[in-house]
Design a protein around this ligand. Structure first.
Ligand code: FCB
Length: 449
């Protein structure tokens, strides 16, 4: 295939997030976020890593944008660090933080790169966590105030907005599993945060709509995976897979589309009613202009009598003996096709954009300064082919963003999983375009691949 098969209006890009790249965690008035605090807790991050410096994007963004332009990448998705612009999460804004995003947006536009701004990619201001964070209902108002601030500041130039990045991940991994910030392991916190994130998703959308020019496009991004039963045909596994699918793929999309939470297939979600206030049902839906779909692998699910509430477990890729990435995730490019078909099947689904897709493999810089990464290149080619397949079958998907432009801080996994199209030497901060990056550049330049 070639770029032309996707049509001229297809949005090609790469994605990144503030905490994973910016560094400069205390620079020029920035307040701490829950991730700044979480990485300082013993044993939370592999190798004891922090993102205090990360890829130093805060200082090196002009160089990264130059590389991006050199690869003909026309769209760049990044997130705003809430505590950089509002050090306490609310109240007084930090002018230097707002200036930084101003310069970054202008720097994109000067290079012919369209900025896509994610408002929340997991780095809640620590000051708000002390007031309860996502488990406190007031977070909805704190978030919409912040959304309005950013819309006021960047709305004259930014045409694509993403309200939340993967609510299931920051709610579930952060509040139930305790593996991400804020490191809670509480069903009550998880349920409360679920409802408040679902409300913030829609209220954030409305706050942006009220402030932005009519041509602005407002979306939000969901994680998703094709889910299959471990032993197909075995009713216990089939039912477990349905529950897992409701959790992984439906929990946040369906309330946004006006369908409510998938309680019939995931009964534990009935307990969300405790956090409902009268009228909330009307607040959960929002007519997004696009939904961001993010996919990395598929999940194979078995019945598990020892896992209360969900009665399901992931059957790991290692156990199944299938090829894996550095994350231990199965290499399974068809997953993205199935996921796109599934989301597009909702009667009122808007258009879809793949706002993240990619893979981590162990990369090495050769003495002659190259990074050969055939596995990543093959994975990206296969996934993009699956996106084209979905599109040719009528799925309204009109964008694809590689996660990620450069290698970066991969949350609890530290710096070892490398997802970038561009290799980062963390000792010197030197950037080297990987073979997959050159390949993506050729695809975007119009060559057939
Ligand atoms: C997604 C996150 C992103 C990155 C990739 C690998 O879940 O949105 O920040 O960590 O996974």
């Amino acid at each position: 295939f070639s770029r032309a098969d996707f049509g001229a209006d297809f949005h090609w890009g790469t994605s990144a997030a503030a905490y994973q790249t910016e560094g400069a965690w205390q620079a020029e008035g920035k307040g701490p976020s829950i991730w700044d605090e979480f990485v300082r807790r013993r044993g939370r991050i592999k190798g004891g890593a922090t993102a205090d410096v990360a890829t130093d994007f805060y200082h090196r963004w002009p160089e990264d944008l130059d590389l991006m332009r050199g690869l003909h990448i026309p769209n760049f998705r990044f997130s705003v660090a809430w505590s950089r612009v509002l050090p306490q999460g609310r109240g007084a804004a930090n002018p230097a933080g707002l200036d930084f995003y101003d310069r970054l947006v202008d720097g994109c536009l000067e290079r012919g790169i369209e900025p896509w701004v994610t408002l929340y990619h997991w780095d809640l201001p620590a000051a708000l966590q002390r007031q309860g964070g996502w488990a406190h209902r007031d977070v909805v108002g704190w978030f919409t105030d912040y959304a309005q601030l950013m819309a006021r500041r960047l709305g004259d130039r930014v045409r694509h907005w993403i309200v939340l990045n993967e609510p299931l991940a920051f709610v579930g991994v952060g509040h139930l599993l305790g593996i991400h910030a804020p490191g809670r392991r509480s069903l009550a916190a998880f349920l409360a945060a679920t409802h408040h994130a679902a409300l913030a998703q829609a209220e954030g959308g409305r706050a942006l709509r009220a402030m932005l020019p009519a041509e602005a496009k407002i979306g939000t991004s969901f994680s998703g995976s094709h889910v299959q039963p471990w032993r197909p045909g075995l009713p216990r596994d089939e039912a477990a897979a349905r529950r897992a699918d409701a959790a992984f793929n439906r929990m946040f999309i369906e309330p946004a589309l006006g369908l409510g939470y998938p309680v019939a297939d995931l009964p534990v979600l009935r307990r969300l009613e405790r956090y409902h206030r009268p009228g909330d049902d009307k607040l959960l839906p929002f007519n997004f202009d696009f939904l961001g779909v993010q996919n990395y692998t598929r999940e194979v699910i078995g019945f598990a009598p020892y896992m209360p509430l969900v009665w399901a477990r992931l059957v790991s890729a290692r156990r199944r003996g299938v090829p894996i990435t550095s994350m231990g995730w199965e290499v399974y490019p068809e997953s993205i096709y199935h996921l796109l078909k599934k989301v597009a099947a909702y009667p009122n689904a808007p258009r879809l954009v793949v706002t993240e897709n990619g893979a981590a493999f162990p990369d090495t810089l050769t003495p002659d300064g190259r990074v050969p990464d055939p596995a990543r290149q093959a994975f990206l080619r296969a996934c993009i082919g699956q996106v084209l397949r979905a599109r040719q079958e009528g799925v309204p998907v009109d964008g694809y963003f590689v996660w990620s432009f450069t290698d970066n801080f991969e949350w609890a996994e530290g710096y070892n999983p490398r997802f970038g199209l561009v290799y980062v030497d963390y000792e010197t901060q030197q950037r080297t375009i990987k073979d997959s990056g050159h390949w993506y550049g050729r695809l975007l330049a119009g060559e057939g691949v």
